[in-house]
Write a protein that binds this ligand. Structure first.
Ligand code: FDA
Length: 306
């Protein structure tokens, strides 16, 4: 399977863009805000909440941030105006974190002020390990000023338990995920089961501290372990939510919603969809296998994207 995944990734540049677009359309809501809002509306009708992500990361010029900031502002305005149940997820490298952390803070501040105006929540996505520490610092600074800012912790990083303690101390709202970037064994667990163990350790630690936890996974084993924890602790709907990516694990998603759990779908959109799809496939060739399987199954996407 690994060789096949690598082959798919190597030949990707040869695949015509319209075909990549067809594959990506399962995971990306579209290029425009209008398409993304239509997806959110459909998800809301299914009983799911959403989080909107304006695609674009690792920018190389400061000017590129302007469009992203304005897009988030429009998204927050329209979510409010249309009464949709969605918040936003932001990648700090799309705001220049790797160019100039102070510049990035100033841009993020504009987004947070818009969120405050519309009484909405802003999740800071977690990116590769070169920006973990700065991302946590920025989270802590902004959380002091506006409580509706949340963070993501990655279970594969060995440091995450310590980080969970730091952010639990301020009562953070934390999304826990496995982690999608390729990181070396010196800083990241590599084995499937050790990552699962770390995942549950983070979830338990955060629940112990009274934090609201976003359980972001499609791994049935982790969903089952989380459900057991939720039942054992007698947690109510207001203390956690499940989170999944658009186009992934529709059956599991419907099952959880049917059982009465809160569930949020991550909805990426924007003009940078091609770069995003290709980069994701290159960063983690395992995803190429999912893409191929999706193509072969020719499953209908679980939500209409337009
Ligand atoms: P695992 O990879 O074991 O997948 C379990 C099953 O789910 C697979 O067998 C497959 O069937 C299906 N599946 C998973 N991913 C799929 C895909 N892309 N396409 C098709 N099928 C797929 N990471 C990060 O580093 N920083 C972040 O901020 C976030 N944010 C985030 C938000 C949300 C809502 C989710 C769900 C995930 C993230 N992630 C993330 C990604 C996360 O770290 C992780 O890479 C993926 O969720 C895959 O891990 P699972 O826990 O689903 O397990």
């Amino acid at each position: 399977m690994r060789a096949l995944n690598a082959l798919i990734v190597r030949t990707l540049p040869l695949v015509p863009k319209p075909i990549v677009r067809t594959i990506a359309s399962r995971y990306v809501a579209g290029e425009s805000l209008e398409e993304a809002l239509a997806t959110v509306r459909d998800l809301n009708r299914e009983g799911c909440m959403a989080t909107l992500d304006v695609l674009g990361e690792d920018i190389t010029r400061r000017e590129e941030t302007e469009q992203t900031v304005l897009e988030y502002r429009r998204a927050l305005e329209e979510i409010g105006a249309r009464g949709l149940d969605s918040n936003i997820s932001v990648k700090l490298t799309a705001l220049g974190l790797k160019l100039d952390p102070e510049f990035c803070r100033a841009q993020f501040d504009r987004i947070v002020e818009w969120a405050r105006r519309f009484d909405n929540f802003v999740r800071i996505d977690m990116e590769d390990s070169s920006v973990t520490e700065e991302t946590i610092r920025i989270f802590l600074e902004f959380h002091r000023r506006y409580e509706k800012v949340g963070l993501v912790l990655q279970a594969y990083l060995r440091r995450s338990v310590e980080d969970a303690r730091r952010v639990a101390a301020v009562g953070a709202n934390v999304r826990v995920c496995k982690g999608i970037y390729v990181e070396p064994p010196s800083i990241a667990f590599q084995g499937r089961e050790e990552i699962r163990r770390s995942y549950m350790e983070l979830v338990e630690l955060l629940f112990d501290a009274g934090c609201y936890v976003g359980i972001a996974t499609h791994d049935v084993a982790l969903v089952e372990r989380s459900l057991a924890t939720i039942a054992r602790r007698g947690l109510t709907r207001g203390q956690y939510e499940f989170q999944m990516l658009l186009g992934v694990a529709g059956d599991l998603r419907r099952r959880l919603v049917g059982q009465g759990h809160r569930l949020r779908v991550y909805v990426p959109y924007g003009e940078a969809w091609y770069a995003y799809s290709v980069r994701r496939l290159k960063e983690n060739p395992a995803i190429a296998g999912y893409v191929l399987a999706g193509l072969l199954r020719r499953e209908k996407p679980p939500v209409r994207t337009q």
